[in-house]
Design a protein around this ligand. Structure first.
Ligand SMILES: [Zn+2]
Ligand SMILES: [Zn+2]
Length: 345
């Protein structure tokens, strides 16, 4: 089968590999129907994910059909259409039992697929802890509708869940890339009084205005002024930093009102400065880190009910055989790209 593979720093290649086999009674083999490309794949390509293992198949955003399950798998059966979770987690350790699955203590726990073990930009993938990592897609939900459930949508859902959003709040979301828009969709479910999106790219500003006309949009230069003009008490009550650009962390705490929650979803290339003397009296609460991707069943239910729709994010489709081209467009942000679907099946 064809597998898009991390060869060395700066180099991915489509190579022929044998089909994966069950290695553990809790594994499942999934025939990948659709995959997608995530910014984290680019981080691997550019060497900024030190734990990524050369030789692995990349890709951690995918849906497919269960082909085969190990003897201890009970949650899914061959033939089930499923989403695959970006995180591998045992479901039994202290952190898993408390829903903090990103910190699963199993040696395979955390972001393993498409990073430390073979991922999904290929035809078949082995999913460890399949009972935890796979969720059945409801019949009325298409593969494309479900595609982002296990990764960027799980991230947006988690970010909205931990941000303590109340109905009287103004929520500022910094960054309207794919994950920022997923965060926006999940924030909208909480029905805050006001949502402001800060985005630099004119293309993405247009996208937000077109699809979410009730959302206020500003650019990074005028963001603080805009937030102050639209907030009732000197800043946003909740800030989500999803951009991860050079100065967006500063922008996040600067635009927050006293006692706000600042949720940092972004992954930075460099350490960030938190100037405590300047913000001592602001009493901010910071929440940081990687998604606890354990809400996929609920996300799929919300998609089924028509409450979350990520299909407008899909701007391009390529067969697996043309994945190089898909990467070129995604990586260079050509042709108005937001998300690319890779047809694997
Ligand atoms: Zn990702
Ligand atoms: Zn665990």
């Amino acid at each position: 089968m064809l597998a898009y593979t991390y060869i060395e720093r700066g180099k991915f290649e489509l190579v022929e590999k044998p089909r994966p086999r069950l290695e553990h009674p809790r594994d499942a083999i999934v025939r990948v129907t659709l995959g997608s490309i995530c910014t984290s794949d680019l981080h691997i390509k550019h060497g900024s994910v030190p734990r990524a293992v050369p030789g692995i198949t990349v890709g951690h955003e995918m849906v497919g059909v269960v082909e085969e399950v190990g003897a201890e798998v009970t949650h899914v059966r061959p033939g089930d259409r499923v989403t695959v979770n970006v995180e591998t987690f045992c479901g039994e350790c202290f952190f898993c039992r408390h829903g903090y699955v990103n910190n699963c203590t199993d040696p395979n726990g955390g972001w393993a697929l498409g990073c430390r073990i073979d991922g999904g930009q290929t035809e078949y993938v082995r999913v460890p802890f399949a009972d935890q990592g796979l969720d059945r897609i409801p019949d009325s939900v298409s593969d494309e509708q479900a595609l982002f459930t296990g990764d960027i949508l799980a991230t947006g859902f988690w970010a909205a869940r931990i941000s303590e959003i109340k109905e009287e709040d103004t929520v500022l979301i910094i960054g309207a890339g794919p994950t920022g828009i997923c965060a926006l969709l999940c924030v909208m479910l909480k029905r805050p009084k006001r949502i402001i999106v800060c985005e630099k790219s004119e293309e993405r500003v247009r996208f937000v205005r077109e699809h979410y006309p009730d959302v206020l949009v500003t650019g990074p230069e005028e963001c603080k002024e805009f937030v102050l003009a639209h907030c009732d008490h000197g800043g946003a009550d909740v800030v989500m930093e999803v951009a991860g650009a050079g100065d967006t962390f500063r922008l996040a705490w600067d635009c927050a009102c006293p006692n706000a929650v600042v949720t940092v979803v972004a992954l930075y290339d460099n350490p960030q400065i938190l100037p405590l003397p300047d913000m001592y009296g602001k009493n901010l609460t910071f929440k940081t880190g990687g998604v606890d991707g354990c809400d996929c069943a609920e996300i799929l239910r919300l998609i089924e009910e028509g409450k979350i729709d990520t299909t407008p994010l899909i701007t391009h489709r390529f067969p697996l055989s043309r994945i190089e081209e898909a990467y070129r467009i995604f990586e260079n942000r050509l042709d108005g790209v937001i998300k690319v679907v890779v047809e694997c099946g």
